[in-house]
Design a binder for this molecule. Structure first.
Ligand SMILES: [Zn+2]
Length: 299
């Protein structure tokens, strides 16, 4: 802006140098222009700065818009990136049965992948890390259930225990589905009463977390609600160890269908994942009573 106006004034100098206006007059009019442009630029800069903490505002690339650093202070959030990069090579380890809330289930599974071979474990880990960065910038204490994408497990009961032992305020298990190729969209899975009836206390808050996340994730990504299962982007299940064993509010988020070409094109896109992270962080923030940075002035 400022560079442009200087160039413009320079042009005026040379245009008028041929004698129509005395140089002093030209200089004066140029000076007035400089002042006008400077004022305009300053105003524009202030406007930009004022919008700096706009929400989902996810600027170009959707990156690091951050709310005031103390807003989630004291809140403990667990992000559970589904599956793991080493699971495929460890069938015995992940295939063993573990307690899952009145039923037993496999320790872990390999997960889905796109037709082109982008694996769910890589997607979930990337999204968990992005979301953790946003939440930490907002002041939260964030723990991931795995810190690399090359290991095996942990088993679903251990994943649940991590949230329980920390007394987490919210836990989100991040996944992408391997549904029918014709179906697309995302959905949230909330807990139903587990077979051992031990997760009763988390049903209400988990449902609230689910509905909040459904709103913010859809808004941030533009991803439609799943059209191939559930109702309005939601399913309620009692067959998932991660939900049956949780004693703290927890949901699963299936971010899209890896087998659907339209969804797959989004899931592999880092810019889309940045928006997805914003949607996740905003949903968790709202659930915890701290609205994500909003368009409304905060001061
Ligand atoms: Zn999964």
């Amino acid at each position: 802006m400022i560079g442009t106006s200087s160039a413009l004034i320079g042009d005026r100098w040379s245009n008028h140098g041929s004698g129509r206006w005395p140089p002093v007059v030209v200089w004066a009019s140029g000076a007035v222009l400089v002042i006008i442009f400077a004022l305009a630029a300053g105003f524009g800069l202030r406007t930009l700065l004022g919008d700096g903490d706009a929400p989902g505002g996810a600027g170009p690339g959707g990156g690091a818009d951050v709310a005031p650093a103390t807003s989630l202070a004291g809140q403990v959030i667990v992000l559970d990136a589904g599956h793991n990069g080493g699971n495929g090579a460890a069938p015995a380890a992940i295939g063993r049965q573990v307690p899952a809330g009145g039923i037993s289930k496999e320790c872990d599974t390999v997960g889905a992948q796109t037709d082109a071979g982008y694996p769910e474990h890589a997607f979930t880990f990337d999204l968990a890390e992005r979301t953790a960065r946003l939440l930490r910038a907002r002041g939260a204490t964030v723990r991931l259930t795995r810190t690399a994408d090359t290991g095996v497990g942990p088993c679903i009961d251990e994943r649940a225990r991590i949230g329980n032992d920390l007394g987490a305020d919210a836990v989100v298990s991040i996944h992408a589905d391997g549904g029918p190729a014709s179906g697309r969209g995302f959905h949230v899975i909330a807990p139903a009463l587990s077979p051992d009836r031990a997760n009763a206390a988390i049903l209400a808050p988990s449902t609230r977390l689910a509905t909040t996340l459904r709103t913010t994730f859809g808004r941030a990504t533009g991803e439609p609600l799943a059209d191939y299962l559930g109702q309005q982007g939601m399913t309620i299940r009692s067959d998932l160890g991660g939900l049956n064993l949780s004693r703290v509010p927890k949901v699963f988020l299936e971010c899209g269908n890896m087998r659907n070409p339209t969804d797959a094109a989004e899931l592999v896109d880092p810019a889309w994942r940045a928006r997805a992270a914003t949607g996740l962080a905003d949903g968790i923030s709202s659930f915890l009573g701290i609205p994500p940075a909003s368009p409304t002035p905060r001061r």
